[in-house]
Design a binder for this molecule. Structure first.
Ligand code: SF4
Ligand code: SF4
Length: 438
């Protein structure tokens, strides 16, 4: 065996040792937050299989897999082509350190982690993919689409920067039509009106279960820790949607019985926090864990690896092939609150709605280092939250554990601030009532 091959194997072995240890430790910390429902455990097993045991998608799965790098790639089309989508946006610190050698220093860690996995060839779900679909969204993803093609056959997907007008949707519709023969070529299966309708139904069922689950997630006191919810949402990336939906159905039944028995994981008045911003991709559960280990409850998330990915259903008005394609083009751009779009006022609207529905008391705005698109929107969000008198902080983080202590101090102080504010608001309200009675 040549020296280069030997050192390549050694590097891969070291990588596997380190990356599996980090993934296992984040899984264990998330599990340790509270006793999980039995039906939540299979989702954790999927993450463990993918990142710790380094298994392929599913031993029972005979369909081809297609990698995607954003929630704006319609999974329905991939199912219609007879394949299973796997979302490869990763939070691996170890893969990030490999990608850091290839990708420019100021790029975000998420694209470095994806590139790292491409180079080290040690993540079976990545290796298993027949093709990658890489949406051209921010600059980091755009350049990633170019470079990752050297390690995995990649098709870039143009996302229009505007989404308000019908002409913008038409641009994306043409892209989706362009994607059809590429997917068919990768799977050897034709996309027909029947298979497309089936694809829409498969994802629709997952969305239906998710909407029921969100109803339970809104409950105060909480029925499940938000970090565990983030893990469940992340597991969607590595499971066929129908299997995820069936498991979610079981989880919803268990959430119902938890509610009936009054089995809560938080106290009434424990600070309810919403996290928004750059994607929180497994195993990078650093921010959710810090929030909940410091005494907050992660009651909601407005992120694309969380609630956003399955929130909006596809609305088919014309059931013909073109009608379904138009419904997909519209669903994957118009309601999307990702800041890569020029006008993104919907995100403010959505967060205001979530504050009401989830009884949110504070917002943690997460920015991955180098993620300019989310950073741009912080100021707008801060102004809007000021009008609502909802505390907000911006926290910047990277894919390593060096910033943990600093983040811990800031998050702990933020949680204390929410408690003080709640106390002061309550006192103010009591005094107001007392004065009224005088
Ligand atoms: S942040 Fe936006 S561009 Fe990046 S993966 Fe999520 S939805 Fe796609
Ligand atoms: S949106 Fe942010 S986190 Fe996502 S790829 Fe672009 S820079 Fe990275």
């Amino acid at each position: 065996m040549s020296e280069t091959i030997q050192s390549g194997h050694r590097r891969q072995e070291l990588f596997i040792k380190k990356s599996t240890r980090v993934a296992a430790s984040y899984l264990n910390r998330a599990k340790a937050l509270s006793e999980m429902p039995e039906a939540a455990k299979p989702f954790f097993n999927v993450l463990e299989d993918t990142y710790v045991k380094l298994r392929e998608l599913s031993e029972k799965e005979s369909r081809k897999t297609i990698g995607t790098l954003c929630v704006m790639v319609p999974s329905e089309l991939i199912y219609a082509a007879g394949a299973v989508p796997v979302r490869l946006c990763s939070g691996s610190y170890t893969a990030y350190s490999i990608g850091d050698d290839t990708i420019p220093r100021d790029a975000c860690p998420l694209v470095k982690a994806v590139m790292g996995f491409g180079e080290i060839k040690a993540l079976p779900v990545f290796e298993q993919c027949s093709l990658l679909v890489a949406p051209v969204t921010c600059d980091c993803k755009k350049k990633l689409a170019g470079v990752i093609d050297s390690v995995k056959n990649t098709v870039p997907l143009h996302i229009p920067p505007l989404k308000k007008e019908d002409a913008d949707t038409e641009v994306f519709l043409r892209e989706l039509y362009r994607l059809i023969p590429v997917l068919e070529g990768a799977t050897g299966r034709e996309i027909t009106a029947g298979s497309l309708a089936q694809g829409i139904n498969i994802v629709g069922e997952a969305q239906y279960e998710m909407s029921e689950f969100l109803w339970y997630r809104r409950h105060d006191p909480a029925l499940l820790h938000g970090t565990q919810v983030m893990a469940i949402m992340n597991a969607y990336s590595y499971m066929p949607a129908d299997a995820w939906a069936r498991q979610m159905h079981r989880l919803n039944r268990e959430m119902k019985s938890r509610l009936e028995q009054g089995k809560f994981v938080s106290r009434k008045n424990q600070p309810r926090i919403l996290v928004t911003g750059s994607p929180i991709a497994f195993p990078n559960l650093k921010i959710p864990l810090l929030i909940e280990e410091m005494g907050g409850i992660l009651a909601a998330d407005e992120t694309c690896m969380g609630e956003r990915g399955l929130y909006d259903p596809v609305s088919v008005i014309d059931p013909g092939f073109d009608g379904m394609m138009r419904a997909l083009a519209s669903r994957y751009t118009k309601p999307c609150t990702c800041p890569v779009f020029v006008d993104n006022s919907q995100r403010v609207y959505r967060i205001r709605q979530m504050i009401r529905e989830h009884k949110i008391q504070g917002i943690i705005y997460h920015v991955l280092r180098g993620c300019l698109v989310y950073d741009y929107e912080y100021q707008i969000m801060e102004e809007e939250m000021g009008k609502l008198n909802v505390p907000i902080i911006r926290v910047e983080s990277d894919y390593n554990e060096e910033d943990v202590e600093q983040l811990r101090i800031r998050i702990e102080a933020f949680i204390e601030l929410i408690k003080l504010k709640e106390y002061a608001d309550l006192q103010g309200w009591k005094n107001l009532n007392k004065n009224k009675r005088k």
